[in-house]
Design a protein around this ligand. Sequence first.
Ligand SMILES: Cc1cc2nc3c(=O)[nH]c(=O)nc-3n(C[C@H](O)[C@H](O)[C@H](O)COP(=O)(O)O)c2cc1C
Length: 91
Amino acid sequence: MAIGSPNYKDAMMPTVKKFLESLAGIDLRGRAGLAFGSYGWGLEAIEDIHDILSSYGMEMVQDFGVKGKPEDEELVECRKAGSALARKIKE
Ligand SMILES: Cc1cc2nc3c(=O)[nH]c(=O)nc-3n(C[C@H](O)[C@H](O)[C@H](O)COP(=O)(O)O)c2cc1C
């Protein structure tokens, strides 16, 4: 599962937070997870998503963040992050 959010006011979007909270009743232990997002200067949203998914027992692949709007180079990195997650799911 990949969950992402832009970083606004040092936090993830409230809708993303709400969605993450709605997952609390589901057994996600051992499942592969990825936290990603865009930011201007801080990584709080990505870190908080990571921490919440980790608290559910998910096995996280490396977080992925893009500063501002992703350009071609960052899109290549996005695909790499997606591939890393897919490999982990197949393990
Ligand atoms: C009102 C506002 C608040 C923001 N607050 C933060 C912030 O606290 N930390 C940060 O790193 N970036 C902050 N940013 C920058 C955004 O995270 C960045 O522009 C991001 O790429 C926005 O993604 P979006 O275009 O998908 O909304 C803020 C931007 C705006 C407009």
